[in-house]
Design a protein around this ligand. Structure first.
Ligand SMILES: NC(=O)c1ccc[n+]([C@@H]2O[C@H](COP(=O)([O-])OP(=O)(O)OC[C@H]3O[C@@H](n4cnc5c(N)ncnc54)[C@H](OP(=O)(O)O)[C@@H]3O)[C@@H](O)[C@H]2O)c1
Length: 300
């Protein structure tokens, strides 16, 4: 297939592109830095900085991952708007491209996040669960609504509500691993908040699954079947590294330091992949300890 990808240069995108390249797909990439894209990704791609540059191409599928990083900067009103605009504008550009293509692609896989559900306390969260209205929910809902517009062109749209993506060279483990290795690991707040997580390899496999299964559309929770609390995550990672995790960062300190963004650390959703599993997807890493073992042991 000829697959157009946004966000291909990112943490998820790089692994996805390597996987799709191994499957002999041809990769077309939209990047703000098209000249560097192939080097960053590490496999051959055709890159441009605008979607419309591909209007005379044949495109079989689209995968939409681009967006301003959620956790890089404090959520000022301006930064919150940037988080929304960066996702809406890249997704809208795909819609505009579909209007110009002789034949629109068959499928769009578009990223969203567990933040769609907002704070859900301890209850189990499936795709049917009513979301809690807060910024993270509004951000994801706006992004998803924009992606669904492509249905008007006859495109099958599948949305992946992604949990915390785990691997060693990016995402949240990148800053956590050295901290825990030095013995400075610890839980955040009271540690009861849920952290839905997914090994990056499983996320790539899930995206590939959604790409090829023509009967699947709508929203899919992309998190491992066993989400854990922050306390369990902390203990499991510390045990895996043979280090203590004695510290607790009090909720008040996090709130003071991060403002509204602190909700990303202090609240969560016990999100389970109900629709992916019902469709027959199996996780290579269903349990956290097993996923962390694979990540920590690699390249040791
Ligand atoms: N990683 C996670 O744990 C996680 C969890 C839930 C959801 N997600 C979502 O999944 C998607 C992929 O995650 P990721 O970790 O791979 O993200 P990432 O590493 O931050 O990469 C995202 C890509 O988006 C593009 N981008 C960044 N800022 C942008 C902006 N202001 N405007 C337009 N494009 C911009 C960049 O591509 P160029 O520089 O090439 O333009 C970047 O490579 C993201 O949208 C993220 O919100 C990730």
């Amino acid at each position: 297939m000829r697959i157009l990808i946004t966000g291909a240069t990112g943490f998820v995108g790089q692994a996805l592109c390597r996987h799709l390249h191994e499957q002999s797909h041809e990769l077309l990439v939209i990047s703000r830095h098209p000249r560097e894209a192939a080097g960053t990704i590490g496999v051959p791609v055709t890159a441009h900085d605008s979607a419309l540059a591909f209007e005379h191409d044949t495109i079989d599928a689209m995968i939409n991952l681009a967006g301003e990083p959620i956790f890089d900067k404090r959520w000022s009103e301006e930064q919150k708007q940037r988080l929304i605009d960066s996702r809406v504008e890249t997704t809208r550009a795909l819609d505009e491209l579909c209007q110009r293509l002789a034949t629109p692609p068959k499928v769009l896989i578009s990223a969203s996040a567990m933040g769609y559900y907002g704070d859900q306390g301890e209850r189990e969260v499936t795709e049917e669960t009513e979301p809690h209205d807060e910024f993270a929910h509004r951000l994801c809902r706006t992004w998803e609504d924009e992606a669904r517009r492509l249905e008007a062109h006859g495109v099958r749209v599948a949305i992946a509500r992604i949990g915390l993506v785990l691997d060693r060279d990016g995402g949240m483990l990148k800053p956590m691993l050295p901290m825990f290795r030095f013995g400075f690991g610890g839980k955040v707040g009271d540690g009861t908040q849920y952290m839905p997580w997914i090994h990056r390899e499983d996320l790539v496999r899930a995206i590939d699954f959604l790409l090829t299964r023509e009967d699947l559309a709508g929203a899919f929770n992309a998190g491992a079947p066993q989400p854990v609390t922050n306390e369990t995550f902390t203990r499991t990672l510390a045990d895996r590294l043979d280090r203590p995790a004695l510290f607790t960062v009090p909720a008040g300190v996090i709130e003071l330091a991060l403002g509204e963004m602190s909700r990303l650390l202090l609240t969560g959703a016990r999100m389970v992949p109900a629709r992916l599993e019902a469709a027959g997807f199996t996780f290579r890493y269903p349990e956290l300890d097993q996923a962390l073992a694979a990540i920590v042991q690699r390249r040791r």
